[in-house]
Every structure is written in C-alpha cells, then in structure tokens.
Design a binder for this molecule. Structure first.
Ligand SMILES: C[S@@+](CC[C@H](N)C(=O)[O-])C[C@H]1O[C@@H](n2cnc3c(N)ncnc32)[C@H](O)[C@@H]1O
Length: 81
C-alpha cells in the first residue's frame, strides 16, 4: 500500500477502529492497516498465502490481526467482533 493510500486512510479514519481486508496476499496492506487500526481482519482465498503471510506477520509481532482463510464474499457475512 503506497503512502498516498495511507494518507487517505488517515484522513477518513476518524473513529473507525476495525479494518477488513479482502485479499491478504503478501501482507503489505495488512501490515500498514495494523499500524493504523485497533484491529484488522484479513481474508485470503489461497491457503498457502494465508499460512505464510500469517506466520510472517505474527513473527514480526503483530497481534491485532485476525487471519481468515476462504472466500471473503462468503466469510464477510459471518464476521463479528
Ligand atoms: C492484489 S492481491 C491483494 C493485495 C493486498 N490487499 C495489498 O494491499 O497488498 C489479491 C489477493 O486477493 C486474493 N483473493 C482473490 N479473490 C479472493 C476472495 N474472493 N476472497 C479472499 N481473497 C481473495 C488473491 O488470492 C490474492 O492474494
């Protein structure tokens, strides 16, 4: 996620404390959002990417990210805090 997007998010973040990301991929966006939001839920369809990125970001010390594996179009309906 580029610095422009980070600036844009900061401008509109206000009292929002939860971010939901569809497509964890390599975790670059996830990492940025974990620094901006109290909690991040990130959903990845690909099982290998899900496992590897979760391991990587947990090793980096991020403990405010919930990693879900599956189709976000399906899982998003079942999310709860
Ligand atoms: C362009 S990357 C996401 C980039 C990432 N959000 C970032 O900011 O760096 C797209 C990712 O979305 C995942 N993806 C595609 N369809 C999906 C779906 N329906 N549910 C969850 N993940 C999906 C792909 O497997 C891929 O890892």
């Amino acid at each position: 996620m580029g610095s422009f997007k980070v600036k844009l998010i900061k401008k509109f973040i206000n009292n929002i404390d939860l971010a939901i990301e569809t497509g964890t991929c390599f975790g670059n966006g996830t990492r940025q959002m974990a620094r901006l939001f109290h909690k991040v839920i990130t959903i990845e369809l690909d099982e290998t990417l899900h496992n590897e990125t979760r391991q990587k970001l947990e090793n980096e010390g991020y403990n405010n990210i919930q990693f879900l594996q599956g189709d976000s179009g399906v899982l998003i309906e079942h999310l709860s805090r």
